[in-house]
Design a protein around this ligand. Structure first.
Ligand SMILES: NC(=O)C1=CN([C@@H]2O[C@H](COP(=O)(O)OP(=O)(O)OC[C@H]3O[C@@H](n4cnc5c(N)ncnc54)[C@H](O)[C@@H]3O)[C@@H](O)[C@H]2O)C=CC1
Ligand SMILES: O=C1[C@@H](O)[C@H](O)[C@@H](O)[C@H](O)[C@H]1O
Length: 340
């Protein structure tokens, strides 16, 4: 890193998430600035850079990473584009925050793992922002301290108002359930052993060919069962909920009880329309902590191994979705790896 005062970040991919991260780095967090942006769509890159002093706009991610004042990279392009940018960033030995999924498949994830291992220090953090959400953190602490005894079951609901028109059945696993795979590994401290997928008759609100909703059920190595309702075209809002059933009680998050109003003979609250609103504070904390760690030359959040483990579970999930069978998750043994 050249400038110690502020971390100069190149943001790659200025779609829904990338634009939100540009706003966050520019206006919300401290100690970092947007030094360059890249999008294959030139207009998007230029309009994101406009108004940010010293920020340059590019269509080539590598040019953005090599631009003056760039010390770190935030990747928010679609999953299939991640590997090339990750490998180029590691080649430059730059700290990276990469949106999930790390890569679309385990072969790509292993190439990234190997590139970082060769570098000899951790450089990549994966954007599993639920680990920075206040409610998730409370649940993690409760489970870690065994406050209610050993966890037995985890019931999850993951609902979106709607999704991009290009969303496929496979992406329901790789882009959406990938969050539950990571959250379950983190909350329970165990790897995922096998995945099953059940599909009811689809909602008429889903586009033709999209099997929405689905029920994804997985087992951890220690025998905890996790069920995930993944429902992406609810038409009513964004909900992410989880309930842990333990030996001596249950613990539940995501009920949106922040503000309940009573008026006109009814009571009720508001449902967030999307992840941008529901997880706003978590993204802020995630990017702040990543930037702070990057300035110290460290990575403190979920890394390449976590990204790989989630991709391995997604691969099993996609195979289970295709075949209707229970599919075991195949992973390499965890290599000796620098912790920091
Ligand atoms: N952590 C979270 O909660 C969320 C994470 N994501 C992740 O963020 C990433 C981006 O998702 P969205 O913003 O929803 O997608 P999007 O489709 O809205 O935006 C992607 C942008 O990347 C650009 N692009 C495509 N290929 C590129 C390349 N090779 N280099 C540079 N730019 C390229 C596109 O022109 C577009 O502007 C994905 O990995 C997605 O899974 C998305 C939503 C929420
Ligand atoms: O990562 C995300 C999106 O890519 C995905 O499409 C959504 O289903 C998730 O809720 C969101 O957090």
């Amino acid at each position: 890193m050249t400038t110690q005062a502020q971390l100069g970040v190149a943001v790659i991919g200025i779609g829904k998430m990338g634009a939100d991260h540009v706003r966050r780095i520019d206006r919300v967090i401290s100690g970092a600035r947007v030094a360059a942006v890249a999008d294959t769509d030139r207009e998007r890159a230029e309009s994101a850079a406009a108004g940010i002093a010293g920020c340059t706009a590019h269509t080539d991610p590598d040019a953005a990473m090599g631009a003056p004042g760039v010390d770190a990279v935030l990747i928010a392009s679609p999953g299939p584009a991640h590997e090339e940018t990750l490998l180029a960033a590691l080649d430059r030995d730059l700290p990276v925050l990469c949106e999930k999924p790390l890569t679309p498949d385990t072969a790509g994830a292993l190439r990234v793992l190997e590139a970082e291992r060769k570098l000899g220090h951790r450089r990549v953090q994966v954007g599993f922002m639920r680990r920075y959400d206040a409610e998730y953190r409370q649940l993690a602490r409760l489970l870690r301290d065994r406050e209610l005894g050993r966890p037995l079951l985890l019931h999850c609901r993951h609902r979106n108002l709607s999704v991009h028109p290009y969303f496929t059945n496979e992406m329901m696993i790789s882009d959406s359930v990938s969050h539950e795979f990571d959250a379950a590994r983190w909350l329970l401290g165990e790897e995922i052993a096998a995945v099953r997928v059940l599909r009811p008759a689809p909602s008429s609100l889903a586009r033709e060919g999209l099997s929405d909703p689905q029920l994804v059920i997985f087992e951890t190595e220690g025998g905890v069962l996790v069920d995930v309702e993944i429902f992406l075209n609810t038409g009513f809002g964004y909900q992410v909920q989880a309930e842990a059933v333990c030996e001596r009680g249950t613990a539940r998050i995501g009920d949106e009880h922040a503000l309940v109003t009573s008026a006109d003979g009814r009571w009720g609250g508001r449902i967030a329309p999307d992840y941008i609103e529901r997880f706003a504070a978590a993204y802020d904390r995630e990017v702040q902590e990543w930037a702070d760690a990057a300035r110290r030359g460290e990575v403190t959040g979920p890394g390449v191994w976590d990204g790989y483990a989630a991709v391995a579970a997604c691969e099993a999930g996609i195979e289970a979705q295709r075949t209707g069978r229970r599919v075991a998750v195949e992973m390499i043994e965890r290599p000796k790896y620098p912790e920091r």
